[in-house]
Design a protein around this ligand. Structure first.
Ligand code: SF4
Length: 307
């Protein structure tokens, strides 16, 4: 499979099948923290960056097995709304399959009515909003020339007003960039005004494209308290989760997870937001207690809960 990947577990979306609609690395931004790498083609031009028919054929093949997944997610190597046939793909999936759709987007094209129309049937849209002032936007997201933060905010506002999708805004905090008191205050005002279904706080957790650092869990918690938006959740920080979650809790969560669906240790770790070594250690205990077993799918070991 070239254009679809996974399914992978994520804490936000459960078991999700990823669809890549732009190649490495086409994007309208070049974020300091990007996990995919530095943007090589910074653009706002929409095009059929990957062949529509090939994506459709891969989906058809994979979905013919009727996999038990929570979402099909448009994400991957760059900004998925740059794919000019996104609307056709959304409609094709919705007309033929029962799956929920999710879209991870940097929000750069949401101000365009035709893009909003195309994503009308997407169940959950997760736009990023890391800044509200042009200065910080340019520092952290390094947008293509001509793209302003007003355009991004206007797009998110239009999407929320359209009311067809759940909207979960993600803000990723980078040390020394968007964590000043002033920016947080303005961000908070924007979030209270926009009223997304969820506001998700994240920080640098994987190797970033540029040399930047993230915030601690305590710092994210302070931002959450300061802004005081009710539907806020911190989605980052394995260390924080570890500190907050006793081993017995982790054990219970892993057991619940693998009883629902067998999964490899790295997916368990990412689903729970804990370190892989920690997941390994707890899985080992569960294996010894005979609460779970190891099964193989191909050459990959999966952990499966015994009921
Ligand atoms: S918008 Fe997303 S894909 Fe594009 S550079 Fe930023 S983090 Fe990377």
């Amino acid at each position: 499979m070239k254009y679809i990947f996974g399914p992978v577990f994520s804490r936000r979306l459960g078991l999700s099948l990823g669809v890549d609609l732009v190649p490495h690395k086409v994007c309208s931004m070049d974020c300091l923290y990007c996990e995919v790498g530095k943007t090589t083609e910074k653009t706002l031009k929409r095009a059929e960056y990957v062949p529509f028919d090939a994506v459709k054929a891969e989906l058809e093949e994979f979905l013919s097995y009727e996999p038990d997944i929570d979402y099909i997610t448009f994400s991957g190597y760059g900004e998925p709304t740059l794919f000019s046939r996104l609307g056709e793909l959304v409609n094709y999936i919705k007309e033929n399959y029962p799956y929920r759709l999710a879209l991870l987007t940097n929000g750069s094209l949401l101000h365009r009515d035709e893009v909003l129309e195309e994503i009308r049937e997407v169940d959950v849209v997760l736009p990023s909003l890391d800044a509200v002032t042009q200065e910080v936007f340019e520092k952290i997201n390094r947008p293509v020339s001509g793209l302003t933060i007003e355009m991004v905010i206007e797009g998110i506002e239009k999407l929320i007003k359209m009311g067809t999708s759940e909207v979960w805004i993600e803000t990723l905090f980078v040390k020394g960039m968007n964590d000043t008191e002033e920016e947080i205050e303005k961000l908070g005002e924007a979030i209270h005004r926009l009223k997304p279904h969820r506001w998700q706080l994240n920080t640098v957790a994987r190797p970033p494209a540029y040399d930047v650092r993230g915030l601690s869990f305590e710092e994210l918690e302070r931002i959450k308290e300061k802004v005081g938006y009710p539907a806020t959740e911190i989605i980052a920080h394995s260390r924080a989760r570890r500190k907050k979650m006793p081993i017995s809790e982790i054990k219970k969560e892993i057991y619940n997870l693998v009883t629902r669906r067998p999964c490899p240790v790295d997916e368990i770790a990412s689903a729970l937001g804990i370190l892989e070594e920690e997941a390994e250690r707890v899985v080992e205990e569960l294996l010894q207690e005979k609460k779970v077993e190891e099964i193989f799918f191909g050459s990959t070991p999966y952990i499966k809960g015994k009921v």
